[in-house]
Design a protein around this ligand. Structure first.
Ligand code: 5RP
Length: 228
């Protein structure tokens, strides 16, 4: 069993029959969804309703036999489970390299618990050192947003598909990736500055949101718990 799978399986113990859950996106979540489907089939779990954070997650969940709903139908979720691209010691995250950051953030703020599942490669001492920060922007005047992001001390680029066209999110927006040479110095400041820019929809900094991070490494599972 690989590390992502171990983290995914460990998280299932926090899902109870009757729960309304948020389902994140990405390869670790694919493993979680298929394990969840197996527990539903065997009857070990029942009456789970899930709100998916991407079209791909919705497809996988349907295939696994998970009942889907929207946040309009269920405004409060017992728990949301998701992966992450980077995790620091304060449980702050970079997410969104699976291109689902906006819906992931919306779902997370409706959940009583926000549980992150990662392998040890995602742990960093400073956010922005391992991966770029993804930023979702309206496609109109995307070049202007890239120029503005560049003056924040990063190297910003439009996220392109292998064919060279702009990748679009499930919401029809473009994505910009911001590379920081020495990581992000002040995540709170960057969070508020980027959020205040008209035309920028959301960014991949998830600050003070995770309630628990499940980390799989070769020696087993470690849990990082939020103190808030
Ligand atoms: C998707 C995400 C994913 O959770 C993140 O990219 C981690 O993905 P993976 O589990 O494939 O490593 O934020 O938008």
């Amino acid at each position: 069993m690989n590390l992502k799978q171990q983290a995914a399986l460990h998280a299932l113990q926090y899902v109870r029959s009757g729960n309304i859950i948020g389902l994140g996106s990405g390869s670790t979540m694919t493993l979680f969804i298929s394990a969840l489907g197996a527990l539903l089939k065997s009857g070990e779990l029942s009456d789970i309703i899930a709100v998916p954070t991407s079209e791909e997650t919705a497809r996988q969940a349907r295939q696994a036999g998970v009942t889907l709903a929207t946040l309009d139908e269920h405004v409060r979720l017992d728990i949301a489970i998701d992966g992450a691209d980077e995790v620091d010691k304060d449980l702050n995250l970079i997410k969104g390299l699976g291109r689902a950051l906006l819906r992931e953030k919306v779902v997370a703020i409706h959940a009583d618990e926000f549980v992150i599942i990662v392998d040890k490669t995602k742990l960093v001492s400073q956010l922005g050192t391992r991966v770029p920060l993804p930023v979702e922007v309206v496609s109109f005047a995307v070049g202007s947003q890239i120029r503005w992001l560049n003056q924040l001390g990063c190297s910003a680029e439009l996220w392109l598909s292998e064919e060279g066209s702009a990748l679009l999110t499930d919401n029809g927006n473009s994505l910009v990736r911001c590379w920081f040479d020495n990581g992000i110095e002040d995540v709170e400041h960057l969070d508020s500055v980027i959020k205040s820019r008209t035309g920028i929809v959301e960014h991949g900094l998830f600050l003070d949101m995770a309630t628990k991070v499940i980390v799989a490494n070769e020696t087993g599972i470690t849990e990082m718990q939020s103190t808030r």
